[in-house]
Write a protein that binds this ligand. Structure first.
Ligand code: ZN
Ligand code: FE
Length: 239
């Protein structure tokens, strides 16, 4: 598994740098912007060699052009959205692999938030863009609850210790909603408290384990597509 560093940018995005020590290769996942990402890499003596995009939204591909210009990095993105991924050099589908030095990642198709959204699953690390969040899931902009249900099931089939590197710090709001769904879930109550402590110190709540999601995420825990759909609609209206 590569060494992973998070860069908080914009209002609540995380851009992830994944660095393979042996080869010196560095990938950036979903660069919303270029400047802070290039700075974070340079300050560590790392050179970005590739960009992995999970979907076409501007807060995930906005840095592509300037990072490519500065580093010549190759861009990998989902085949279903290839036309909307700036500077894409390789379009991938489920089962394809990506490589950061010696670390091999498997491409998982997880359309729901957008029609061609994908994720990159390395041993112990899942980069899932806007599909799974801590105690939450992505909004269904281009896909269906059925697709989100299937996507979350694919993720939950990975080893429970896998750390999830999602693209937003939405955790506190997700926890408040989750508590309305399962107010008596002890693991959830404790996690919400831990999250509040982290955020009061300005610390990130990402990454987190799939095991934690199994215990506390109301979308992962939905018993059916219909239940997931109801919860997603309720969250959309939740303030
Ligand atoms: Zn998005
Ligand atoms: Fe996003």
């Amino acid at each position: 598994m590569p060494e992973v560093v998070g860069i908080p940018v914009l209002s609540d995005n995380y851009v992830w740098l994944a660095h393979d020590v042996a080869s010196g290769e560095t990938a950036v996942i979903d660069p919303a912007v270029a400047g802070p990402v290039l700075e974070a890499a340079t300050s560590r003596g790392w050179t970005i060699t590739q960009i992995l995009n999970t979907h076409w939204h501007p807060d995930h591909v906005g840095g592509n052009a300037d990072i490519v210009k500065a580093t010549g990095a190759k861009v990998t993105g989902p085949a279903g959205e290839a036309g909307k991924i700036p500077h894409i050099s390789r379009a991938v589908v489920e089962g394809d692999t990506v490589q950061i030095g010696a670390s091999i990642g498997r491409v998982i198709d997880c359309p729901a938030h957008t029609a061609g959204h994908n994720a990159y699953a390395f041993e112990g690390a899942l980069f899932c863009g806007d599909t799974l969040f801590a105690m939450g899931c992505g909004r269904l902009f281009e896909g269906t609850a059925e697709q989100m249900h299937a996507a979350l099931a694919k993720f939950m089939a990975l080893p429970p210790r896998t750390l999830v590197y999602c693209a937003h710090e939405y955790t506190q709001s997700n926890a408040r909603f989750a508590l309305t769904v399962e107010p008596e879930n002890e693991a959830l109550v404790r996690r919400a408290e831990a999250v509040d402590r982290l955020r009061s110190r300005g610390e990130p709540t990402v990454p987190f384990s799939l095991a934690m999601e199994a215990a506390t995420n109301p979308f992962v825990r939905a018993g059916s597509v219909e239940e997931l759909a109801r919860r997603r609609a309720a969250k959309d209206a939740f303030r």
